[in-house]
Design a protein around this ligand. Structure first.
Ligand code: DC
Length: 235
């Protein structure tokens, strides 16, 4: 794995990649808390771009318009009351970006080159000093190929669909379990078959299957890998 942590001021760069619903956000949050690191939810950043494009009426098929639009987007992640907030062009869009419609649109928008290039630059800047846990699809392969620790977290499509369904039901969204599992499978396909930065595991990533494992079990594995890495680089 990458060995640049000795030169990074604030600690390790930790990448957690994997398909939607594998539990990345939950463990990224807990891992960041445990290490005193910053959590960077890159999916939320792509969702914010999709939301802004939707509001501004930008057609994803018009690459010229997408490119011009990307020159003027400002996406930031803030923390308030222990929750991560997504600020897009100065506006808190944290709840608007989590609807099933935005999930589908984001899958499409995140495949566009100008969008990926703009977000990659922002993410590299955010993580340059280390002390970060970045979660996404292409962190260990494209954004930080020299990340100090890379995890690839997965779970079966049924289990991921079930988890997403429970999250949506808890928020009062009316969707069926079958629909949710289907939506998860469609997004998997879109995310892994696109030309740019498709979802795939980095050769030097540690694979963790979270099906049938508790969050604590997954977290313990990750914490011990990170502690070993910290000790081996002498931080
Ligand atoms: O992790 P999520 O479900 O919030 O991600 C939303 C969408 O963004 C998903 O379709 C994949 C895409 N994404 C991406 O292409 N690259 C990333 N680094 C993170 C997310």
């Amino acid at each position: 794995m990458g060995s640049a942590s000795g030169t990074r001021a604030d600690g390790l760069v930790i990448a957690i990649d994997g398909p939607s619903g594998a539990g990345k956000s939950t463990v990224a949050h807990l891992l960041a808390e445990r290490l005193g690191y910053l959590q960077i939810d890159t999916g939320a950043m792509y969702r914010a771009v999709a939301y802004l494009m939707h509001v501004d009426g930008i057609n994803p098929d018009d690459l010229g318009a997408v490119e011009r639009f990307c020159r003027h987007i400002d996406i930031r992640l803030d923390r308030a009351d222990g929750c991560q907030r997504v600020i897009a062009n100065g506006r808190d869009v944290s709840s608007q970006i989590r609807t099933p419609e935005m999930s589908l649109l984001t899958s499409r928008v995140s495949a566009l080159r100008p969008v990926r290039e703009a977000m990659m630059q922002v993410q590299r800047r955010m993580g340059a000093r280390g002390g970060v846990v970045l979660e996404g699809r292409d962190i260990g392969t494209v954004v930080f190929p020299d990340a100090d620790v890379k995890f690839f977290l997965s779970a079966s499509a049924e289990e991921r669909g079930r988890r997403r369904f429970q999250e949506l039901a808890a928020k009062g969204e009316h969707v069926s379990l079958e629909e949710t599992i289907e939506a998860v499978s469609i997004r998997d396909l879109q995310d892994s078959q696109r030309d740019l930065a498709p979802l795939r595991m980095a050769g030097d990533a540690i694979a963790i299957d979270s099906s049938g494992r508790t969050i604590d079990e997954v977290l313990d594995t990750m914490v011990s890998v990170c502690m070993n890495t910290l000790h081996s680089v002498g931080n």
